[in-house]
Design a protein around this ligand. Structure first.
Ligand SMILES: Nc1ncnc2c1ncn2[C@@H]1O[C@H](COP(=O)(O)OP(=O)(O)OP(=O)(O)O)[C@@H](O)[C@H]1O
Length: 478
């Protein structure tokens, strides 16, 4: 098992790093500062802890160069030498045309590559440290994730004052459906509230059609704006500047099947990183991401597709994540990153998300049917049912919460499965308070029942929303 630093110690580390950076910039000492003490919650041993974990984190990427390290220089050179991929070929479009001409008439485009590079704000994509460890392939078993540890500066500042980065309040979303004879409004989301901080992974769960993707798109700025409520980022509304700090991994990944993993990520770096970075720096960033995501063993493998055998499903997902984290985003959104993966690969993908969050990013993901091990990896959970909020709070407290309102599984069950059953209104293996069951049934004279229990469609909205109104603290806003 990998020894994972707690979020608190990570925050402490980052705070210390920032304080040290400020002190250095001002020509002051780098020893203990009252600011770092405040954030870390004091404690004499925090400096040692901080440094240790700082070293571990900043040395995270094996491809990064260390000052004064001969070995590292050697490794850097040998890795550069591995780069047989001709960047000039990429820039001239030759590789692209090879990919498209070989793609049997299908046209492809890179996800999210539309952000103009001049929109990409100042970022520090490269570390000065190096690390000799070469992580083994994730799907091969051992996991040594190396995630870039430098979040963008505004996140540091917000971490210092412990401000929430994404806050959404009473978000509603309606669409107008125009028929041949009539036009009607369809309500997709109603009164969704929650928040997520840097360093956290928020998972959105719910049955198919419950509104997860719509909410994710709203939070990620992909849908213009909610029809009700508000969404803020560090207490500011969505802006063009924020767009360059957001990575969005869509459900349907779109990659060029005939490019290799390294070509794909190098292409992404060339297209998405700021113009002020040199070609070599961008190339190095691509290599760093390959190592961060444990893709080194398949870096020369073609992505593949329907007609070409390529990387595995898990590797493909990691390439999609790589395409987005290459710009070092402050916010990372993912739409069902584990769909189609076996439970072990899904778990490792979520562990990657955790590592990304621990490096100070805010991660929001939709998830379909997580295993129980995977469920426990999430910091926060939103449970949606037919566009309504059924639960928002710590994932670890969801089961306790539902048990306090009388909903418990009758058989031993994966918590995610239990919550999805509740959200679906499938009460077959679930105990619910009888007075509420009666209430639902009495309130619907044309009730169809299955095994003496209300049908899913009936249970849904009145049942839970009524419960939420009556229970204090059910939707905690930490
Ligand atoms: N632009 C739109 N016009 C009409 N209906 C829409 C629109 N966008 C979403 N919907 C509807 O809103 C509901 C929620 O859709 P959404 O894709 O957010 O669900 P989901 O929970 O992500 O589902 P899945 O898990 O199957 O991906 C669905 O019933 C969908 O048909």
């Amino acid at each position: 098992m990998m020894d994972r630093p707690s979020t608190t110690s990570l925050l402490r580390t980052k705070s210390d790093q920032l304080v040290e950076a400020f002190s250095a910039a001002l020509g002051g000492g780098t020893k203990s500062s009252p600011m770092s003490g405040d954030v870390a919650g004091g404690g004499g041993g925090s400096e040692t802890l901080s440094r240790k974990s700082s070293r571990r984190l900043t040395g995270a990427s094996p491809g990064r160069s260390g000052v004064g390290s001969k070995n590292n220089t050697h490794i850097r050179k040998s890795r550069s030498a591995q780069l047989k991929f001709d960047l000039d070929e990429v820039s001239s479009g030759a590789a692209l045309s090879r990919a498209s001409s070989a793609s049997l008439g299908l046209s492809f485009s890179f996800t999210g590559f539309t952000v103009p590079s001049d929109e990409i704000a100042d970022m520090k994509p490269f570390s000065d440290d190096d690390d000799d460890d070469i992580p083994e392939d994730i799907e091969a078993g051992t996991r040594k994730m190396k995630i870039q540890a430098e979040p963008t500066l505004p996140i540091y500042l917000k971490l210092l004052i412990l401000t929430k980065i994404v806050q959404f309040t009473e978000v509603c979303y309606k669409v107008v459906i125009r028929g041949v004879t009539s036009t009607r409004e369809k309500e997709i989301l109603t009164g969704i509230s929650g928040s997520v901080d840097p360093g956290e992974v928020l998972a959105m769960m719910g049955p198919s059609g419950s509104g997860k993707t719509t909410l994710l798109s709203l939070l990620g700025g992909r849908v213009k704006e909610p029809t009700g409520g508000s969404i803020t980022y560090n207490e500011q509304p969505y802006s063009k500047h924020l767009k360059s700090r957001i990575g969005f991994v869509t459900q349907d990944d779109i990659l060029f099947p005939h490019l290799t993993v390294r070509e794909t990520l190098t292409y992404a770096a060339r297209l998405r990183l700021p113009k002020k970075l040199t070609k070599e720096e961008k190339q190095k960033r691509a290599i760093d991401v390959i190592y961060e995501l444990g893709l080194e063993r398949c870096q020369d493998t073609m992505i593949g597709g329907s007609f070409v055998r390529g990387v595995s499903g898990g590797e493909r997902k990691r390439v999609c994540i790589g395409n987005e984290i290459i710009i070092n985003p402050s916010l990372l959104f993912l739409d069902e990153p584990t769909s189609g993966l076996d439970s072990t690969t899904a778990l490792r993908t979520v562990e990657i998300l955790h590592d990304i969050a621990e490096a100070g990013k805010t991660v929001i993901t939709t998830i379909h049917q997580p295993s129980s091990r995977l469920f426990h990896k999430f910091d926060k959970l939103i449970l949606l049912g037919k566009g309504s909020l059924l639960y928002f709070g710590k994932a670890s407290e969801a089961m306790d919460y539902f048990s306090t309102i009388g909903c418990t599984p009758l058989i031993s069950m994966n918590p995610a499965e239990f919550l999805l059953d509740l959200a679906n209104g499938n009460l077959n293996d679930v105990s619910v308070p009888s007075e509420l069951e009666d209430k639902v049934q009495i309130g619907n004279s044309d009730t169809e029942t299955r095994n003496g229990k209300p049908s899913p469609t009936i249970v849904h909205e009145p049942y839970f929303l009524e419960l939420f109104k009556n229970v204090d603290g059910c939707m905690s806003y930490p």
